[in-house]
Design a protein around this ligand. Structure first.
Ligand SMILES: [Zn+2]
Length: 183
């Protein structure tokens, strides 16, 4: 179960780039180098015949760069809408776009459940309901090695255990239906 990693920070990234440019030109051709972008121009004459023209300039650019999402929130939402109705495989709740970064650290949106704080592609409500019945009524254990926490002593532990069992069972039910040729 992967935990959703949310990115903090402001939307536009301010990038301050300082450029320092040195230009050397022959004064025989030009009195000094004219470069419009430069805020400061210094001309030094080293001799009467040959002058070396130093043009020192610096310029600062503030570039406002918009974040480029691999998958935008709208694209992610559209992918969810195409597969509706779908619910979270753990809690049966809403599947929404969750902001994150991919393995190359590019900002993106993935499908997931904010309630469970996990990425989840969701499943059909019917498959989810079947998985709930298999876990609660038939005591099916997709993860049999995970010991069931005591419901009274450790309610949150039990809740987490139950949800993960349901999610695992969703996988089993989906696979069975796929083999059966329904999915
Ligand atoms: Zn959920």
């Amino acid at each position: 179960m992967e935990t959703a990693k949310k990115r903090n920070g402001t939307e536009p990234t301010l990038l301050l780039i300082t450029l320092v440019v040195w230009l050397v030109a022959d004064c025989g051709l030009l009195p000094y180098q004219i470069t419009k972008n430069y805020k400061r121009v210094v001309t030094l004459k080293l001799s009467t015949n040959t002058a070396i023209n130093y043009t020192m300039g610096y310029s600062q650019f503030i570039l406002i760069m918009e974040k480029e999402y691999k998958t935008t929130k709208e694209q992610c939402q559209s992918n969810i809408d195409k597969r509706m109705p779908i619910v979270c495989t753990c809690c049966g709740g809403k599947i929404e776009p969750i902001e994150t970064v991919d393995n190359s650290h590019n900002p993106t949106f993935w499908q997931g459940c904010n309630e469970c704080m996990k990425f989840d592609n969701g499943t059909s409500p019917k498959i989810y309901e079947t998985a709930v019945k298999m876990v609660d009524e038939r005591h099916f254990r997709a993860y049999s090695f995970n010991e069931m926490p005591d419901k009274e002593k450790d309610p949150s532990g039990f809740d987490y255990w139950r949800k993960s069992q349901i999610s695992g069972t969703v996988g089993v039910v989906s696979d069975a239906l796929r083999l059966y040729g329904v999915l």
